[in-house]
Design a protein around this ligand. Structure first.
Ligand code: ZN
Length: 167
């Protein structure tokens, strides 16, 4: 496990150098309504959203982008991370993309639902790459849910908590 960094946007030294798969943990104090580009309106309950993605061009740059609020809206997740910054990022460096397996593991967490079908899953057969849970999910529980054959550990980056911006 990586040590926590309290810096919200300059978590540089603890970010992985390679490419791989990641999960964003985004806390929502209140229910959140988003208009997500072509996907349309999405309603997310209060609690925690887990978003799963892969960065084959490098994890560090991608994670930094997700932690930044000012950005062009490109991916579905951008519509969420511009109003609510991730509190935690989990990752694993690997040559290939494992995001669909991670999304399936996320659904094994207690009380997991997919409030936004199709979110982040335009290019695969998953129901959604956005999973919602009521209580803050723990990286250890998620790592266990990944099951056998998975990496011996996953990296964890904690960011400073920033409250949900009303929009
Ligand atoms: Zn998928």
């Amino acid at each position: 496990m990586a040590n926590a960094s309290r810096a919200p946007s300059t978590a540089g030294p603890r970010l992985p150098a390679g490419k791989g798969t990641y999960a964003l943990v985004v806390g929502l104090d209140t229910p959140c309504k988003l208009n997500v580009g072509k996907l349309g309106p999405v309603e997310l309950p209060a609690g925690y959203c887990l978003y799963f993605g892969s960065a084959l061009g490098g994890l560090a740059g991608r994670i930094r982008r997700h932690l930044r609020r000012q950005k062009k809206l490109w991916w579905h997740i951008d519509y969420l991370t511009r109003v609510a910054a991730p509190e935690e990022v989990w990752w694993n460096e690997s040559a290939g993309r494992a995001e669909c397996g991670w999304a399936a593991a996320g659904l094994l967490l207690p009380g997991a639902t997919t409030p936004a079908p199709g979110f982040g899953a335009s290019d695969c057969r998953c129901n959604s790459h956005l999973v919602h849970v009521s209580a803050r999910p723990l990286a250890e529980d998620f790592h266990r849910a990944l099951g056998p054959g998975q990496p011996p550990s996953i990296g964890v980056l904690q960011t400073a908590r920033t409250p949900t911006r009303r929009s």
